[in-house]
Design a protein around this ligand. Structure first.
Ligand SMILES: Cc1cc2nc3c(=O)[nH]c(=O)nc-3n(C[C@H](O)[C@H](O)[C@H](O)COP(=O)(O)OP(=O)(O)OC[C@H]3O[C@@H](n4cnc5c(N)ncnc54)[C@H](O)[C@@H]3O)c2cc1C
Length: 533
């Protein structure tokens, strides 16, 4: 049986970050990845046969990846700032008016607030953004350090009223107190709901945690475009890991794990349909095992290894509630709102049917077991900011990619991909001056260039339980004042009940999103623990 200092289960971007840090620090590291490709949900792909367009298949924007990690690992990653923060058409407005938030033109932004009858909110929105900027400035630097306690984090912010509004009261209260207009409220509320199925008034505050991670990235809350797509980020991590000597075993599905660090895996036979019979199991042992898989998956692996566990925590019910649709278009569609150029509207986050009323109604509808109509969704066009993902020929033609992220479609609804895709297109068409379907390019087989990824797809392909994009519920980036912090793993938020096994993915305390924070924390815990020995 091969022995390593560290075995990483899962080659998602967090597993790669951990592997890089530890190999660069001289540890012998092996990464076992179930798929043939590394990167997990941070990958790019030629999604449409014969089309030279490399799309970020799942995750698409970067906010939470600290420059510190990029520099320490020597990654050559370029992120581009988007000029337009967002565009939101007023739902159902015959005139097609909408709110355009232009980072470079505050005057134009104020006029846009006025044009949708939300003049009073222009100032309030700017004040709220400034307050959230203070939260970001206080907490962002802590993410690459051992966890602060709640009390320490509160003191760092130094504003008890703001602390209470963001960390102790449902975020819906802050939104409704500060902003009057339903559409403006919705624009802010979406930050609380991407990847989190909840009302903004949920007393459990899951939506507040999601909100926090959406507004603190980089100390500004900006969501930037990775040049070359998400695959370029993962590609750099793989390069750095290989150079540091990490051993990769891809197509290696871990099937069981023991608390002593014995990891059993099977090589998946290379047959494309996955129909080939699994091969005989192999084993490796790690002095430490880092779990880049979801807590629920880790539980299953430990159970198979004879040690049922509750790593995921009681009541941690992972469930995704989104659908992602990728499209390749001949050109951008025309908008109903003739006052805004499509290049501006699609240049930032384009919110569709996401007023606060629609978002709240969407939760209630889905909780009743029905699909919200119209579906709240948001769109982003990668190729406007970074054309490099398209071939020169497609660029010349005026082609563009669109990514649509539909909300409030919980896994439990069991809705099939075709129905979800239809709901997304109907929602999109409701704000366009022409239907989107005729604008779709066709692939080498004459099929329209559109692909839909449901929660079931994510579960099956990536092992995200019930399609939860963060592997499970997000957690605050601090611990309660009386939480144990005796071990390095506890101090870094990556502890499991087995000392040799650490979380190192989205399921670790600060792990959600493409941030590398789960991997960084796990690596720091291992290195700190080694120093203590
Ligand atoms: C549709 C979608 C859109 C998103 N958009 C964004 C976005 O724009 N910005 C952002 O910051 N975040 C976004 N996210 C969230 C983000 O992508 C994830 O939180 C992040 O990629 C998780 O990284 P990870 O390395 O922790 O885990 P993963 O990427 O889930 O990687 C885990 C790896 O473990 C492997 N694995 C699973 N089981 C086994 C096993 N038994 N044996 C071996 N290997 C196994 C999987 O194949 C996978 O490669 C999005 C996610 C999705 C799905």
């Amino acid at each position: 049986m091969d022995e390593f200092d560290v075995v990483v289960i899962g080659g998602g971007h967090n597993g790669l970050v951990a592997a890089c840090y530890l190999a660069q620090a001289g540890r012998r590291v092996c990464v076992l990845e179930r798929l043939d490709e590394l990167g997990g949900a941070a990958v790019s792909t030629y999604a449409f046969d014969g089309m030279d367009a490399r799309l970020s298949r799942y995750s698409y924007l970067v906010s939470l990846l600290p420059q510190r990690i990029v520099e320490e690992l020597g990654l050559r990653i370029r992120l581009l700032r988007r000029r337009y923060s967002s565009y939101t058409p007023v739902p159902g407005a015959a005139s097609g008016a909408g709110l355009l938030i232009d980072n470079d033109d505050p005057q134009q932004t104020r006029s846009s607030f006025a044009a949708i009858g939300a003049e009073a909110d222009a100032e309030a929105f700017a004040r709220l953004s400034a307050d959230l900027g203070r939260v970001a400035a206080a907490l962002w630097p802590t993410l690459t350090e051992p966890l602060p306690t709640r009390g320490e984090a509160r003191r760092m912010l130094g504003d008890d009223a703001l602390w209470s509004a963001v960390f102790e009261r449902p975020i819906g209260e802050l939104i409704e107190q500060r902003l009057q207009n339903d559409l403006v409220r919705g624009v802010v509320a979406t930050d609380a709901l991407i990847g989190t199925f909840a009302s903004v008034h949920d007393p459990g505050l899951r939506q507040n945690i999601c909100f926090l991670y959406h507004v603190i990235g980089g100390g500004t809350g900006d969501w930037d475009v990775p040049v070359g797509g998400m695959g370029a980020v993962t590609g750099e991590l793989v390069r750095a890991a290989r150079e540091a000597g990490v051993e990769f075993r891809t197509g290696a599905e871990v099937v069981s794990l023991s608390p002593e660090g014995v990891v059993e895996y099977r090589m998946r036979a290379g047959a494309p349909s996955g129909s080939a019979r699994p091969r005989a199991p192999r084993r490796v042992i790690g002095a430490r095992v880092l779990a880049n898989v979801a807590p629920a998956v880790l539980d299953r692996l430990l159970g198979a290894g004879g040690t049922p566990s509750t790593v995921g925590g009681p009541g941690a019910r992972p469930e995704g509630a989104q659908v992602k649709v990728n499209l390749l278009l001949r050109r951008l569609p025309r908008l109903r709102d003739s006052s805004v150029a499509p290049e501006a509207a699609f240049g930032g986050t384009f919110h569709i049917n996401e007023s606060l009323t629609q978002l709240e109604e969407g939760v209630r509808t889905a909780e009743r077991g029905e699909l919200p109509q119209p579906l709240p969704a948001e769109i982003y066009c990668h190729s406007l900011t970074d054309p490099s993902i398209l071939s020169p020929a497609l660029q010349e033609q005026g082609a563009h990619t669109l990514t649509v992220f539909g909300l409030h479609t919980p896994h439990r609804l069991g809705v099939d991909a075709a129905t979800l895709e239809r709901a997304v297109l109907d929602s999109l068409n409701s704000v366009l001056a022409e239907p989107i379907e005729p604008l779709l390019l066709t692939d080498a087989h004459g099929r329209p260039c559109i692909e839909t990824k449901t929660t079931a797809d994510l579960d099956r392909t990536l092992g995200m339980p019930c399609g939860n994009i963060f592997h499970g519920p997000l957690a605050w980036p601090f611990v309660e004042d009386d939480a144990p912090r005796g071990t390095a793993a506890e101090r870094w938020g990556v502890a499991t009940e087995h000392p040799r096994i650490l979380m190192c993915g989205s399921g670790s305390r600060r792990g959600g999103a493409v941030s590398g924070l789960g991997g960084h924390s796990a690596a720091m815990a291992v290195l700190e623990d080694d120093l203590d020995r």
